[in-house]
Write a protein that binds this ligand. Structure first.
Ligand code: SAM
Length: 232
């Protein structure tokens, strides 16, 4: 169970109404039950139910069962598309071990607004589902220009676009380190964006094959190739 609360030896963890409903109503847990907790920061803890009510409850941490497992230092940057497909991208990126998920506004971005809180909740659910102890941060919508202007010097950019060379080969040659994957919107990147991206010293332009993939497919394909080439 995910909780947004510090976890540690003897730590009391309050449950809100939704968590209490899930744990005591849906999962039928009672006083004394042992529950696995994580908060994305302190690893996984075994906790005991010490108070159980309809509107809330309390758990007490007993022992750490797993330390925090950090994913590789990989960002996924993507232009949001339709709601359900954007949700899909966030969910899959969290499952595939992206450390940070950054929705960006590009020249041809289809959606000008996102619900960051909803997307973050999807990342939490995905981490819960795949037994992770880490939850990637989903940032607010950022402008691609701004992001590139503030780019951290040592981070390499896997720019998924029309390219001669396949992603696996490019990544193998560029080697490990902090990376970011960039996926465009349905309309792709504008010529101005392409020109700028090509000129940046940290860009590695890659192909994901001869077919034009939908943005959500491209995100999963890019994460898979990256994990295969440079992941743990
Ligand atoms: N007509 C668009 C264009 O001209 O680029 C197609 C965009 S595609 C639906 C959405 C995004 O997925 C692209 O901007 C790119 O980042 C990524 N993508 C899709 N297929 C790809 C491929 N075969 N190689 C590399 N990137 C791809």
């Amino acid at each position: 169970l995910y909780v947004d609360h510090p976890l540690g030896q003897g730590q009391s963890v309050p449950l809100d109404r939704d968590q209490a409903h899930y744990l005591f109503g849906v999962m039928r847990q009672q006083l004394g039950a042992q529950v696995a907790l994580f908060n994305g920061r302190d690893g996984e803890w075994r906790a005991e139910v010490v108070e159980a009510g309809k509107r809330g409850g309390t758990l007490e941490c007993r022992e750490q069962t797993r330390p925090l497992q950090m994913p590789p230092d990989l960002w996924l940057i993507f232009a949001p598309i339709k709601k359900a497909r954007t949700d899909f991208i966030v969910e899959k990126a969290a499952e595939m071990g992206a450390a940070r998920i950054i929705p960006v506004q590009t020249d041809f971005t289809n959606s000008e607004r996102i619900r960051q809180d909803r997307l973050q909740a999807h990342a939490v659910e995905a981490a819960e589902q795949c037994g992770g102890t880490f939850v990637p941060e989903v940032t607010d919508l950022q402008k691609l220009d701004r992001l590139l202007a503030d780019w951290p010097e040592d981070r390499k950019l896997m720019f998924c676009d029309e390219a001669e060379v396949g992603a696996g080969k490019v990544l193998g040659e560029a080697g490990p380190g902090p990376w970011a994957i960039l996926i465009g919107p349905e309309g792709g990147f504008s010529e101005a964006e392409r020109k700028r991206l090509h000129a940046l010293p940290f860009t590695h332009v890659v192909s994901l094959g001869p077919r034009i993939l939908r943005a959500d497919t491209a995100a999963v394909a890019a994460l898979t190739v990256w994990q295969q080439a440079l992941g743990d």
